[in-house]
Design a binder for this molecule. Structure first.
Ligand code: NAD
Length: 424
């Protein structure tokens, strides 16, 4: 199958079915009763909005956006907003469900939500992006707010976009409401450490997994797909800790060097050219090759559904740390489990972002800001505990780390939902 055929097959696989299937399996494992299972299988609330945007040529263009709240039993909704041409409602629903489990796994008092707008931000000017963000925020303002649902960055949404969301929401209400969104610039109520939090959290759980497998960190090799917020900072933080980054890629291609890539040089190259492709300090590789690269740790940090039953048998890493959401297809998961590859599931491996988002929200509500060292220390405690709880479940039940994580998370959400009871 060619890479194009493969990507066509992948895009037909419905990510929402995949998320529901994962829940179905875990419900059986933990013996969840049928009514609760049915309750958790559906999102609580789905909002679709039409977003008219004035473009630079003076014409209006209509965009479609979504905000989905999956479960709010443990607290307000929490989840990023994605700007991407391939956004679909099913994708947003799946991502919202995964947010519910993620928040429960790291034990922060949030439910799960997610948003998205079908657009191509790379083809839009800053002014057009601002217009889109402000109008989208206005359209979803009826269901968001610091005590209702708190958006954050995701693919192709930045701290600047979070600042526009905060400003628009504040203008609607007549006073500054920094707690409506996280991932903001520090100067308007953002948290220190938020920019690197997803990657930092990911590196903490990789360290734990290495320790569990009795592996040395110094010189352990890492391949990373995606070189944005999650992937680039993962490369930097892991290189600082002694890991050797041997292959990376982004949407335009990749680069590899078995002796280790110079991550600082690579970051500068990306800043200059917009891509890691063409970096002189290594050989050109494509995205497929990065996933199958010989390494100890593979970090998918781009989009969903990239690890499939076709490439899973060829993956050579011992640990896969899912910085991206939903990178592994369920049938690929089975193959990886049989091959004894430890998959640190997305709801664990990328939970650092939402954890520091939670810290940001707490700081905003208290108007009292913490030092970065304190934030990183608190983050580490949460991530290590979540890893340990996941590992214990996986080990005692003889299941994968993903199923272990789901057992912890789904049980917590089910308990909260049950305790609150059915209204009215
Ligand atoms: P980003 O926009 O900063 O970076 C995305 C990266 O992926 C870019 O380097 C882009 O070039 C690359 N990419 C896009 N299409 C690709 C393709 N087909 N092949 C290879 N690379 C491709 O986004 P991000 O915030 O780093 O998010 C990446 C993933 O991490 C997403 O799945 C997101 O949901 C997840 N995530 C991010 C955060 C966060 O705090 N940023 C938190 C949790 C999960």
């Amino acid at each position: 199958m060619t890479a194009q055929d493969l990507s066509a097959v992948q895009s037909q696989i419905n990510v929402w079915d995949m998320a529901q299937r994962q829940l179905d399996e875990v419900s059986k494992l933990i013996g969840l009763n049928e009514s609760l299972h049915g309750y958790l299988r559906q999102p609580k609330r789905v909002l679709e909005v039409s977003v008219p945007v004035r473009m630079d040529d003076g014409a209006f263009r209509m965009f479609t956006g979504y905000r989905v709240q999956h479960n709010l039993s443990r607290g307000p909704g929490k989840g990023g907003i994605r700007f991407h041409p391939d956004v679909t409602l099913d994708e947003v629903k799946a991502l919202a469900m995964w947010m519910t489990w993620k928040c429960a796994l790291v034990n922060i008092p949030f439910g799960g939500a997610k948003g998205g707008v079908i657009c191509d931000p790379k083809a839009m000017s800053m002014q057009e992006l601002e217009n889109l963000t402000r109008r989208f925020t206005t359209e979803i303002s009826i269901i968001i707010g610091p005590e209702k649902d708190i958006p954050a960055p995701d693919v192709y949404t930045t701290p600047q976009i979070m600042a526009w969301i905060m400003d628009t929401f504040s203008m609607i209400h007549g006073f500054s409401i920094p707690g409506v969104v996280t991932g903001k610039p520090v100067s308007i109520g953002g948290s220190l450490g938020r920019d690197k939090a997803t990657a930092r959290g990911c590196s903490y759980v990789v360290d734990e997994a290495m320790q569990e497998l009795g592996r040395e960190i110094e010189g352990a090799t890492v391949a990373i797909q995606g070189f944005g917020n999650a992937g680039m900072y993962a490369a930097q933080l892991m290189a600082d800790r002694g890991y050797r980054i041997v292959a990376v890629s982004d949407s335009r291609g990749g680069v590899a060097n078995d002796r280790g890539l110079d991550v600082k040089g690579l970051t500068a190259h990306k800043a200059e050219t917009g891509s890691v492709a063409g970096f002189a300090g290594g050989e050109r590789v494509d995205n497929r090759e990065v996933l199958e690269y010989a390494c100890d740790v593979l970090v998918p940090a781009a989009l969903e559904k990239v690890i499939t039953k076709e490439n899973a048998p060829r993956i050579r890493a011992q640990i896969i740390a899912e910085a991206a959401n939903g990178p592994t297809m369920p049938d690929a998961d089975d193959i990886l489990f049989d091959r004894n590859i430890m998959v640190l599931p997305d709801i664990l491996a990328n939970a650092g972002g939402v954890t520091v988002s939670y810290f940001e929200w707490v700081q905003d509500l208290q108007a009292n800001f913490w030092e970065e060292a304190e934030i990183n220390e608190r983050l580490k405690r949460k991530m290590v505990r979540a890893f340990r709880e996941t590992h214990e479940q996986a080990k005692s039940r003889g299941v994968s780390m993903r199923q272990g994580a789901y057992c912890v998370a789904v049980a917590r959400v089910a308990e909260a939902t049950k305790l609150r009871g059915l209204y009215p």
